[in-house]
Design a protein around this ligand. Structure first.
Ligand code: GDP
Length: 313
């Protein structure tokens, strides 16, 4: 396919068009989109996928702008995607306005894409998962997936990424206030943003409190201890430490084989979710009981797309 070839060559406009094709709900586009995905899949996989979450106002877009600029200055190609299941009501509260990251967006080694503007969380997630594949095929080294820290989308994003970063603010009083325990448990890194001006001491105190809190959590199965750090996105301080944290994690998890194993697990999870959605739970359960999924899971690991596998039913 011509568009696939253009994407693989790194053409940003083609990448944008490809993602639009994936997001299209028109039946005539579906077949093309699935072919495109299958072609890109063989060129994908070589990135670090990082999820970024935090409540509105914590500084996610300010952070992504400086973080993205740091990475491009180090020769990386950076893609920013978003998951915002609320966007239907809010007209795209997140990344809807590209000018939020205008400097990064202007960089030729960056690609910024707002969240699909409608759909269920499951649908939006599938589209983001497929968009990651296209971005990787286009040669992006770091894929940042932004989501608002409300509702369910964090759990969803943690199933799409290698590293999950939680942005927080130093609160007055109880530092753990307002953050659901479940989200803390998903984090591989916790960042206290706005560590600037009068807020530096507060931020350092919060950082210590989170370190203590994270110690009480059960150890992660991959042996990683979640790291806590402070930064100021606005003053551009502490940002390189965060990249060091992520690259340390990435090299440890690549060396131990966990990175690949985790991605396989995530793909299998997606296969089951998509199967339930596309086939309906009655048919899905039947196939499950018949033991059909073992074979599908093996084919998936070998590099087939979920849609190719589900086509046979
Ligand atoms: P988002 O809703 O999480 O994407 O947050 P934004 O990036 O839009 O930031 C919300 C507000 O916080 C804006 O007014 C930013 O200028 C401000 N802000 C972001 N990062 C910092 C920071 O490091 N320090 C300070 N003091 N303000 C910040």
């Amino acid at each position: 396919m011509e568009i696939a070839q253009q994407i693989i060559k790194g053409d940003r406009t083609a990448l944008g068009k490809g993602i639009t094709l994936l997001e299209s709900t028109l039946p005539v586009h579906e077949k093309k989109a699935r072919e495109l995905l299958a072609e890109c899949l063989t060129h994908s996989g070589k990135s670090i996928r990082v999820g970024i979450t935090g409540v509105p106002g914590v500084g996610k877009s300010t952070f992504i702008e400086v973080f993205g600029k740091l990475l491009t200055s180090r020769g990386k190609k950076v893609a920013v995607l978003a998951i915002d299941p609320t966007s239907e009501q809010t007209q795209g509260s997140i990344l809807g306005d590209k000018s939020r990251m205008h400097e990064l967006a202007a960089n030729e080694n960056a690609f910024i894409r707002p969240s699909p503007s409608s759909g269920t969380l499951g649908g939006v997630t599938n589209k983001t998962r497929d968009s990651i594949i296209l971005c990787e095929a286009a040669g992006y080294d770091v894929i940042l997936i932004e989501t608002v820290g409300v509702g369910q989308s964090e759990t969803t994003v943690s199933n799409l990424v290698d590293f999950f970063l939680l942005l927080m603010l130093a609160g007055a009083g109880d530092e753990l206030q307002g953050i659901k325990r479940g989200i803390m448990e998903l984090a591989d890194g916790v960042i206290i943003n706005k560590a600037d001006g009068n807020n530096v001491t507060n931020a350092n105190n919060a950082s210590m409190a989170y370190k203590r809190a994270l110690h009480l959590f059960p150890r992660m199965e991959n042996g990683w201890t979640p790291q806590v750090s402070t930064c100021s996105a606005i003053e551009n301080t502490g940002i390189d430490k965060i990249w060091d944290m992520i690259t340390t994690y990435d090299s440890q998890m690549s060396a131990s084989g966990y990175k690949n194993k985790n991605r396989e697990k995530q793909n299998i999870y997606s296969l089951h979710n998509t199967a339930k959605e596309e086939l309906g739970s009655k048919k899905y359960n039947l196939l499950l009981v018949e033991g059909k999924f073992k074979m599908l899971e093996n084919e998936l690991i070998k590099g087939k797309t979920i849609y190719q596998l589900l086509n046979s039913f």
